[in-house]
Design a protein around this ligand. Structure first.
Ligand code: ATP
Length: 475
């Protein structure tokens, strides 16, 4: 609802074109004034005396000139340093500079009107900016522009990507009101990075950053993409250390690289898979687990329509497959069909049973994700540097208007937490001293659901599916 007074922010005016420098001069001005006073009191009398005596002694001026120099230059240097440090910390001057950038964007793109002002002697031109407003909080930048059907309407409607690139920020939403559009952009995301110690799974969610959690029951399954060295393995290990405390974690490492080492831990005995045959078995087991869980839940005395695994206190079950695309491309047609079949079942049906897939890959090309699998994996993370196409594959072609910016920060990328709005992401920070293996050794066992003698028939499974509103199996 509209308030009577809606504060849009500071209106951008032509004086903002040089405001960053102007502010420096304004802060310096009192020192210039005191330098003038000082000169009048201490230098002028000496000069006057010299003039009267008609004898100029530069040596006598040396000390007072030094004082003048200190009075002018030291404050200027301090102010330049203060301005720079405020800029780096994202403080006052940083925001001043953002306003200057906005003014310069308008000017350099000719987004202004010219107005002539006539006086007796001459005609002067004045530029008038459209009604553009700037407002910022510590985390969000609000930029309001006129979308009133006038001259620059279309231009202002498509400006979000430019803002993302200008301010190295993420467009998160737009709010339209009659005549204006307000774009909200997230800034200073790095300050929301958490440490691995704070990456904890509770209440069906795993915290990944301040304000970003993977709510696996609501936004099931995860896609992790990233080039080599971007932090994919560290991120998967971070997820594993948190998820293993609340449920079961099966790990498929087709490349037999970093994750395979976990098999040496007692905790992961029988939970690490490699080789096509065993990975297929792991996924088949997960489908069987899903079916058992549905039948098990339906048979519980506490069974209640519409409730999921969490309601019955059933621990979640995660299957992590690393290097999915590379693995998939090595499979023959028959193997592809079998394995894709399991993945598809899990992606489409397993949410309420609490069985979740985490697929990690370098590039999520559509050819490795048949049957709409990619579209049904709702939580997506990219890590490290990707080409534009890689971002579009990860977050969908509808993100073509978003500016994805690569930075050389380990564990940095983008996340779509199910909102369909990707934003900058920093994986939990893993300190150098942190040893994943040693930390995992401290965990004695995984939380498993003991479904005991539940070995359901196809009919029983279909019956349970019906209860949970899931499409039945054909056989
Ligand atoms: N979240 C993080 N916190 C701290 N350092 C990180 C993080 N993620 C990655 N790194 C650093 O980056 C290095 C590479 O990360 P990682 O091994 O996870 O990359 P990768 O994408 O899996 O690469 P590859 O595919 O080549 O194994 C790590 O050795 C670590 O030093």
């Amino acid at each position: 609802m509209k308030n009577f007074f809606d504060y849009r922010g500071i209106r951008i005016r032509p004086f903002h074109l040089n405001i960053y420098r102007t502010y420096l001069l304004v802060f310096w001005f009192p020192f210039v004034l005191s330098a003038l006073g000082y000169s009048y009191l201490f230098i002028y009398p000496i000069l006057l005396e010299m003039k009267q005596a008609n004898k100029y002694d530069l040596l006598a001026l040396w000390l007072p000139s030094g004082g003048l120099f200190l009075l002018l230059i030291i404050p200027l240097l301090l102010l330049v340093m203060m301005r720079r440090s405020s800029f780096i910390r994202g403080g006052y001057f940083y925001r001043v500079y953002q306003r200057q950038m906005l003014a310069r964007l308008l000017e350099s793109n000719g987004l202004y009107e010219k107005k002539k002002r006539k006086s007796k002697e001459q005609t002067r031109e004045r530029i008038i900016f459209p009604k553009v407003y700037y407002r910022s909080t510590k985390e969000i930048l609000y930029l309001t522009l006129p979308t009133d059907g006038m001259k620059w309407h279309d231009r202002f409607q498509k400006i979000a990507k430019t803002f993302e690139e200008m301010y190295i920020s993420d467009f998160i939403s737009e709010k339209k009101e009659m005549g204006f559009t307000t774009y909200s952009l997230m800034i200073d995301v790095i300050s929301k990075r958490i440490s691995i110690e704070d990456c904890i799974a509770t209440d069906g969610k795993i915290k990944l950053m301040e304000g970003v959690s993977w709510d696996y029951a609501e936004v099931p399954h995860m896609l992790v993409t990233g080039g080599t060295g971007g932090g994919k393995t560290y991120f998967l290990l971070t997820l594993i250390q948190a998820l293993v405390k609340v449920g079961t974690v099966d790990i498929c490492d087709p490349k037999e690289a970093d994750l395979k080492d976990l098999q040496d831990l007692r905790l992961f005995k029988g939970h690490v898979f490699y080789g096509t045959k065993w990975i297929a078995k792991c996924l088949k087991n997960a489908v069987a687990e899903m079916n058992q869980r549905y039948v098990y839940m339906k048979a519980l005395p506490t069974y209640k329509t519409g409730k999921n695994f969490a309601y019955y206190g059933i621990p979640p079950y995660f299957v992590i497959v690393d290097e999915w695309a590379a693995f998939y491309s090595t499979l023959n047609y028959k193997e592809q069909e079998e394995i894709l079949g399991y993945v598809k079942e899990l992606v489409l049906k397993a949410r309420q049973a609490g069985v979740f897939l985490i697929l990690a890959t370098q590039r999520p090309d559509a050819e490795y994700f048949g049957g709409g699998i990619r579209d049904n994996i709702l939580f997506r993370v990219s890590l490290g540097k990707l080409q534009e196409q890689g971002y579009h594959m990860t977050f969908g072609n509808e993100q073509k208007n978003k500016a994805f910016i690569n930075k050389s920060i380990k564990g940095r990328g983008y996340v779509d937490d199910g909102s369909a709005i990707p934003r900058e992401f920093y994986a939990p920070l893993v300190p150098k001293r942190y040893d994943f293996i040693e930390e995992l050794k401290k965990i004695s066992s995984m939380k498993l659901l003991d479904t005991k003698e539940v070995y359901p028939t196809v009919d029983e499974i279909n019956e349970a599916y019906e209860e949970f509103g899931i499409e039945k199996n054909d056989e």
